[in-house]
Design a protein around this ligand. Structure first.
Ligand SMILES: Nc1ncnc2c1ncn2[C@@H]1O[C@H](COP(=O)(O)OP(=O)(O)O)[C@@H](O)[C@H]1O
Ligand SMILES: [Mg+2]
Length: 353
């Protein structure tokens, strides 16, 4: 059991396109960590990273978190006077445990996990390997394949392959044979549906590859699954638990950036209306998927479920899922009996395992 007050370095913001979501996630985590339930256990030291990658000190960071400072990207405007990481060195001494509330590249892909590791302090969530495998859809799916986990058929290519006609011909042939149209074209390392296109023809596919190439050198193309979108929370390290299963519903054909961040265009159903057998399978697969890529601590595993065939496909593991008031991960755990204040306390305890 913990008996001294631990200082939690709550890191948020960051250079990613999910900067603002991260601030909202950090607010929910901050409120949960400073809840009366955790009064005797934690001191929170917020650390804000601005859109240029500059680390703020605790006071400045708190002002962003508590909405006292609205200009959330001013640190780096004076780029030459300070080092990006100046405050990391200052704040790191005070911190006992890091709690990243970051999403997307640099926060969720192993980069900051490596930095945390170098400070010698434990941190919430997956390590470098699980984080980077969870971020790269091609690497993640290759591992799932080697574990025989159920997933959607896919092919992948590198930007440079586009110049090789023979290679591209073989990709188009594979698509005709195993994937067909419409198909989903995605940059391998991103989130929030950014850079993703649903392509209905070869012509659209060629354009979609160009769109994805604006975001990443690595591109993945997947068979379209007409199915329900289900999500399951995972918590733990030596012992992993999964939450009840939730469902996302959205307006339109697929879960786009617009529908993800516009509350009137999407909604969540917790728990999802599923037969027990399917829920159980999803809960087991969620843990299997995390174990396969060495993700632990927390993760949200997303699935497609094709009702007629009862086929379940793992879509992806998110190693730092959204943590806002209306995010699926904390809501799944609340519905499983773990309120946010208890959830964050568990995450910290798991980090010290
Ligand atoms: N193979 C697929 N079949 C059907 N829909 C898909 C497929 N891949 C992605 N989608 C749709 O696109 C959304 C975003 O894709 P996803 O791979 O989860 O990317 P991100 O990491 O950006 O969330 C999914 O939630 C789903 O609505
Ligand atoms: Mg997704």
């Amino acid at each position: 059991m913990i008996n001294k007050k631990l200082t939690i370095g709550l890191v948020f913001g960051g250079e990613s396109s999910e900067h603002n979501v991260s601030i909202n996630s950090a607010r929910t985590i901050y409120n949960a960590l400073t809840h009366s339930y955790n009064n005797e256990t934690f001191i929170v030291n917020p650390i804000y990273i601005d859109k240029y990658g500059f680390w703020g000190d605790c006071e400045y960071s708190k002002s962003i978190l508590l909405k006292k400072n609205r200009s959330s990207s001013t640190l780096g405007s004076n780029k030459d006077s300070i080092n990006r990481l100046t405050n990391l060195a200052k704040e790191s001494d005070k911190v006992d445990i890091w709690f990243p509330a970051l999403h997307g590249p640099n926060g969720e892909d192993g980069v900051i996990q490596g930095l945390f590791k170098l400070t010698g302090k434990p941190f919430v969530g997956s390590g470098i390997l699980g984080s980077s495998l969870g971020m790269d859809k091609i690497a993640m799916k290759s591992i799932f394949k080697s574990f025989n986990l159920p997933q959607v058929p896919y092919v992948y290519l590198n930007k440079e392959n586009g110049l090789n006609n023979l290679f591209m011909e073989s990709i188009f042939n594979k698509i005709d044979k195993d994937i067909n149209y419409p198909c989903f074209v995605k940059p391998a390392n991103l989130g929030s549906s950014i850079g993703i296109t649903k392509a209905y023809s070869k012509k659209e596919l060629v354009n979609a590859i160009k769109v994805a190439e604006n975001y990443d050198e690595r591109i993945i193309i997947e068979k379209n699954i007409e199915g329900r979108e289900l999500e399951c929370g995972v918590l733990g390290k030596s012992v992993m638990r999964s939450s009840v299963v939730g469902e996302v519903k959205f307006q339109g054909d697929w879960y786009t950036y617009a529908s993800k961040y516009n509350e009137s265009l999407s909604s969540t159903i917790i728990p999802a209306d599923l037969n027990k057998n399917i829920s159980k399978k999803i809960q087991t697969l969620a843990i299997d998927a995390c174990k396969a890529i060495n993700a632990f601590g927390l993760a949200r595993v997303d699935f497609f479920y094709h009702e007629n065939s009862q086929q379940i496909y793992i879509n992806e593991v998110n190693t730092l899922p959204g943590f806002t008031k209306t995010s699926m991960y904390p809501m799944l755990w609340e519905a499983s009996g773990l309120k946010p204040e208890k959830l964050v306390a568990s995450l910290i305890e798991i980090a010290t395992e």
